[in-house]
Design a binder for this molecule. Structure first.
Ligand SMILES: [Zn+2]
Length: 440
């Protein structure tokens, strides 16, 4: 220690006079600041502390579930309260800081400028990744605990949702509150002019609502085939919040095409049924034949093709069967293809509603034509060995939304109607909804 002092003194002596003066005055100044600071700080402290006490009480009432009891001790009026908390001008009477997100803001840039610990900020972003995408105009507010740490952050995400993050040890607990709007029923009617979509838009339906209508009706109606003059009536329940539409739910739809009426009415289970409570999604048969044949090749997206020897996905299942076996449509639908085509040989493709397509290949004889409507179980062809085939078999594919799936395991529509009290509830609903679906 002495040695250090001596070498410092020696170094000081070696300095030129102006440098010695400068270093000397700096030392004095530094000491003065160090010594004087508490005296400057002290006189200000007392009056401000009273405000802080008020704030604490208000914070406590806002945070009934705060895990740590707030400090009530009379020692609270000592001078250990950090300067930055005393300087806090953003906290109102309640101790709640409020901030409206503006251009360029991020959660960390906002909270950081108010002295919130970076560790807490990154905890928040971990608890809820959505916090990384604040939008301009959203309001966030927060309160601090006695230690000046973030206690609670509130984020008004939308008119609808407010998320709250409460301190829980070293992390935060997320809770969300959804604002409930008022559900209002709207009946929209129209006559098909050009396309159904444009006519429905003219009648006041949104794009999402039109999709819901088409989906509910998909098993009964191909909307592209509606004719000019066909009529529709749609009962839509819309949730309104602060005068704006939040979401809507289709309650029922009636369509009159070529003089015939079609209905789809929503049940409590969220599915659509006809007016008798029968399921509209007609069930699929698992196998396209009357009896089940041996599987000679499974669905396999990585299969080696036995003929070409190359890796080629096997997009269906092969059933070994004698030539001439009747091939059946697995569900109600429309034949979209029936022809001879290269490797597939004679083949048939059927579209079932909007989502499903089934394909049948290597057939010997076609029994249907493109455009033909088929019912579940209808004979569509006789099996064969045409195209690229190593023996008599039926190659059968199921496609869901443009994607081939395993026909043996895919989730397929099942025939289900309502029964018992569900059906009674539904029929009561039908009696209420149907009269509202009058046509113009
Ligand atoms: Zn095959």
């Amino acid at each position: 220690m002495q040695q250090i002092a001596r070498s410092v003194a020696l170094a000081f002596d070696n300095l030129s006079r102006p440098h010695r003066v400068m270093l000397g005055s700096l030392t004095v100044l530094t000491l003065a600041v160090a010594v004087w600071r508490p005296y400057v700080y002290h006189p200000e402290a007392s009056p401000v502390i009273k405000t802080i006490e008020l704030e604490k009480n208000d914070i406590r009432s806002l945070l009934p579930e705060a895990s740590e009891p707030l400090d009530q001790s009379p020692d609270a009026e000592d001078d250990t309260i950090p300067q930055d908390e005393l300087d806090d001008k953003t906290a109102g009477e309640t101790g709640v800081h409020e901030y409206v997100v503006s251009t360029g803001d991020t959660l960390s840039s906002i909270l950081n400028q108010y002295g919130i610990d970076m560790g807490d900020i990154s905890q928040l972003a971990t608890v809820d990744k959505d916090l990384r995408n604040l939008k301009i105009g959203q309001q966030i507010s927060w309160t601090l605990n006695d230690d000046g740490e973030l206690q609670r952050l509130t984020w008004e995400m939308s008119r609808r949702e407010t998320r709250t993050y409460d301190r829980s040890g070293s992390t935060f607990k997320l809770s969300s509150e959804m604002q409930q709007g008022e559900w209002v029923n709207n009946v929209m009617k129209g006559t098909v002019g050009g396309s159904f979509v444009s006519s429905a838009k003219d009648a006041g339906l949104t794009t999402a609502e039109i999709s819901a209508v088409i989906k509910a009706m998909q098993w009964q109606m191909d909307f592209r085939k509606l004719k000019k003059g066909d009529e529709f009536s749609v009962l839509m329940s819309r949730e309104m919040l602060e005068g704006k539409r939040e979401q809507s739910q289709l309650v029922g739809v009636r369509l009159r095409s070529s003089g015939k009426d079609y209905y789809a009415i929503r049940a409590d289970d969220g599915k659509f049924y006809d007016r008798n409570g029968s399921g509209l999604a007609k069930g699929f048969m698992r196998f396209p034949t009357a009896k089940q044949f041996r599987i000679s090749s499974n669905f396999n997206p990585r299969r080696l093709n036995p003929v070409t020897g190359r890796v080629a996905p096997h997009k269906g299942v092969d059933f070994a069967m004698p030539q001439g076996t009747p091939v059946l449509a697995v569900g109600d639908g429309e034949v979209v293809m029936a022809k001879r085509s290269g490797a597939a040989g004679y083949f048939v493709a059927i579209r079932h509603g909007r989502t499903y397509t089934t394909r049948y290949m290597h057939l010997k004889k076609l029994l249907v034509q493109p455009g033909q409507k088929v019912k579940r179980g209808d004979r569509i062809a006789l099996s064969g060995n045409t195209g690229r085939s190593t023996g008599p078999h039926l190659h059968y594919e199921v496609w869901v939304n443009q994607q081939a799936v395993n026909p043996l395991t895919a989730k397929l529509p099942r025939t289900e109607g309502l029964t018992g009290s569900d059906r009674n509830d539904y029929l009561a609903q039908v009696r209420e909804v149907t009269p509202q679906l009058s046509l113009n």
